[in-house]
Design a protein around this ligand. Structure first.
Ligand code: BES
Ligand code: MN
Ligand code: ZN
Length: 493
C-alpha cells in the first residue's frame, strides 16, 4: 500500500490518528497552541509533565506521552524544533523524518503531524514524511513481516490550506519517493540486483517519466570500445550493462551529465576482499543509485536543464575469465591502462563512462562513486569526499549539499601524487600507493574528462548507514540524491 499524505487545517486534539506528532520551538512549550489545546483535552498535566522531563523544545529533544484515550490519538510525540529562526529545510527534513520514524510501531497505521505556526517549508515536510516512514521489508515473511503499514499521514497547519501549500507538500512527497528509489536499490541483495536488473530500474524510471533510455549489454559495451568496463565485467556470469538515461526539456540552460558507479557486487575480483564486511559491497552501486534517484526526482521537478545519467554496471568477481593484475587494456578514450589491483575496479568502469560523457559535449560532468576505502579513512562514514576542476562548481556543490542537509567535503587534486600513476608498460597505472588513495583515484579519473568542468564525489561512506540518524535510516540512505537535485535546481536558476 502506498502511503497517502494529506494537508489539512485543523486542531491536533480533533484529529484521529494512531500517533500525533507535535513540533514545538525552543522555549515555546507554554505558548504552543497545539500543546495548550492538548493540555485542555487531556485534563491538565501535560505541560507539567514536559517540565519535569526537562523538555523545553531544544533541538532533537523528544517526549513520548501516552494519551490514555483522552484525545483521538493514542500516542503523543512532542518534538523539539530548536530556535524558531533556525528552522530551515534541512532541519525540518531531519527532525520530522526522525520523528515519523520513531512514531512508528508495529500497529501504527496513521500519523497526524501538527506543524508550528508559521508553517515551515512544506516541500521539506513532504520529503521528511516519506524519508522517515521508509522501511525495506520486502524479504520478511511470517512474524517478521510488518503487521500494519503506515497508510496515512495528515499534516495539520494552523491557517487555511492553500493550493500552493498542497503543491509544495506533494512535490516533497514525490521527491522523498525518488530518494527511496536509491535506498531500495542499495538495500536489494546482489542476487536480485545485478547489472541487468539495475538497468531495469533505469528503464522503469524512463517509462514513468517519459525519458529516453539506452542499455548496452556485454557485446554492446565491447563494440562501443568501453574496454575497461568490459574487462571489469569479464569475471562474472551476471554480465555488465551500460545505461544511458536522458531528459531533454524544451528550455535548457545547461547540459549536465551525471555518471554513477554501478558495481552491483564488488568481491574484489582476483584480488579478493577479506570475508568480513564483504557483504557491504552490495552497496557498491550507491553512485548509480544516487544518479538514478536523481532522475526520478527530476521527473517531478522538470528543471530547465538537459540531463544525462550514465551508469557503468558490472559485478566484480573472480573466475577463469576474470581480468588480472598486469593485464593491459585500451579504453574508450584511447589511453591504455595497466591493471595493478583488480579491486580498484570502480575507476575503470567510470573512466569509460566519463569518456562517453565527454562525447556528449556537456557543460558539466558530475560523477558519484563508492570509490575508495581511503575516503572513509579521511572523512569517516557520514561524509563524502568531493573533488572539482572548477572552483565555481565546487562552491555550487557545497551549497547544494548544505541545502540538502548532506555532508560533502572538498578534497584537493594534488598533482604531485599523479606521479604514482606512471606505468612502465602502458599510458597509465590505475592505482597508486596506499596513502592519498582517494586523491589518486580522483587523479586517475581526471585523465578521462578532457576539458569539461567536472565534479567527482567519492560517496563510499554515507550510502550505507550502520544506524539511523536524522533523515537517514539504517542501511541504504539515498545519500547524494538531494544534493544532486539541489545542484541541478541551482544550475536551472
Ligand atoms: N568499492 C570499493 C571501495 C569501498 C570500500 C567502498 C569500502 C565502500 C566501503 C572499491 O572498489 C575498492 O575496493 N577500492 C580499493 C582500491 C584499492 C585497491 C586501490 C580500496 O579502497 O581499498
Ligand atoms: Mn573494489
Ligand atoms: Zn568497488
Amino acid at each position: 500500500m502506498t502511503l497517502s499524505v494529506q494537508l489539512a487545517q485543523g486542531v491536533a486534539t480533533d484529529t484521529a490518528a494512531d500517533a500525533l506528532i507535535v513540533g514545538v520551538f525552543a522555549g515555546q512549550v507554554a505558548n504552543s497552541e497545539a500543546l495548550l489545546a492538548l493540555e485542555d483535552a487531556l485534563g491538565g498535566g501535560l505541560l507539567s509533565h514536559l517540565k519535569t522531563s526537562d523538555f523545553d523544545g531544544k533541538l532533537e529533544q523528544t517526549q513520548d506521552v501516552p494519551t490514555f484515550g483522552r484525545v483521538k490519538s493514542r500516542r503523543l510525540l512532542v518534538v523539539g524544533l530548536g530556535p524558531k529562526a533556525d528552522l530551515d529545510a534541512p532541519r525540518v527534513r531531519s527532525l520530522l523524518a526522525a520523528a515519523v520514524r520513531s512514531a512508528q510501531s508495529s500497529s501504527t497505521k496513521s500519523i497526524a503531524l501538527a506543524l508550528p505556526d508559521p508553517a515551515p517549508s512544506l516541500r521539506a515536510v513532504g520529503e521528511a514524511i516519506i524519508l522517515g516512514a521508509y522501511k525495506f521489508s520486502r524479504y520478511f515473511t511470517g512474524d517478521r513481516k510488518p503487521k500494519a503499514e503506515l497508510a496515512k499521514v495528515t499534516v495539520l497547519v494552523a491557517g487555511k490550506v492553500t493550493a500552493d501549500q498542497k503543491k509544495q507538500l506533494e512535490t516533497g512527497v514525490a521527491i522523498g519517493r525518488a530518494v527511496c528509489v536509491a535506498r531500495d536499490a542499495v538495500n536489494e541483495p546482489p542476487n536480485e540486483l545485478y547489472p541487468e536488473t539495475l538497468a531495469q530500474i533505469a528503464q522503469r524510471i524512463a517509462k514513468e517519466n517519459g525519458f529516453k533510455v539506452k542499455v548496452l549489454d556485454k557485446k554492446g559495451i565491447l563494440a562501443a570500445g568501453m574496454l575497461l568496463h568490459y574487462a571489469v565485467g569479464q569475471g562474472s556470469t551476471n554480465e555488465p550493462r551500460f545505461i544511458h538515461l536522458s531528459y531533454v526539456p524544451k528550455k535548457k540552460k545547461k547540459k549536465v551529465v551525471f555518471v554513477g558507479k554501478g558495481l552491483t557486487f564488488d568481491s574484489g575480483g582476483l584480488c579478493i576482499k577479506p570475508a568480513a564486511g564483504m557483504g557491504e559491497m552490495k552497496s557498491d552501486m550507491g553512485g548509480a543509485a544516487a544518479v538514478l534517484g536523481l532522475m526520478a526526482a527530476v521527473g517531478v521537478i522538470k528543471p530547465d536543464v538537459e540531463l544525462h545519467v550514465l551508469v557503468g554496471a558490472a559485478e566484480n568477481m573472480p573466475d577463469g575469465a576474470a581480468y588480472r593484475p598486469a593485464d593491459v587494456f585500451g579504453s574508450l578514450d584511447g589511453k591504455t591502462v595497466e591493471i595493478i589491483n583488480t579491486d580498484a575496479e570502480g575507476r575503470l568502469v567510470l573512466a569509460d563512462a566519463l569518456a562517453y560523457a565527454v562525447s556528449l559535449k556537456p557543460d558539466v560532468i558530475v560523477d558519484a562513486a563508492t570509490l575508495t576505502g581511503a575516503a572513509l579513512v579521511a572523512l569517516g562514514k557520514t561524509c563524502s569526499a568531493f573533488y572539482s576542476t572548477d572552483d565555481k562548481l565546487a562552491e555550487a556543490l557545497e551549497a547544494s549539499a548544505k541545502d540538502a542537509g548532506e555532508l560533502f567535503w572538498r578534497m584537493p587534486l594534488l598533482d604531485e601524487l599523479g606521479e604514482q600513476l606512471k606505468s612502465d608498460v602502458a599510458d597509465l597505472k590505475h592505482t597508486g600507493d596506499r596513502y592519498g588513495g582517494s586523491i589518486t583515484a580522483a587523479l586517475f579519473l581526471r585523465e578521462f574528462v578532457g576539458k569539461v568542468p567536472w565534479v567527482h564525489c567519492d560517496i563510499a561512506g554515507p550510502v550505507l548507514a550502520e544506524r539511523a540518524r536524522g533523515a537517514y535510516p539504517k542501511g541504504g540512505t539515498g545519500h547524494a540524491v538531494l544534493t544532486f537535485l539541489h545542484f541541478v535546481e541551482r544550475l536551472a536558476r
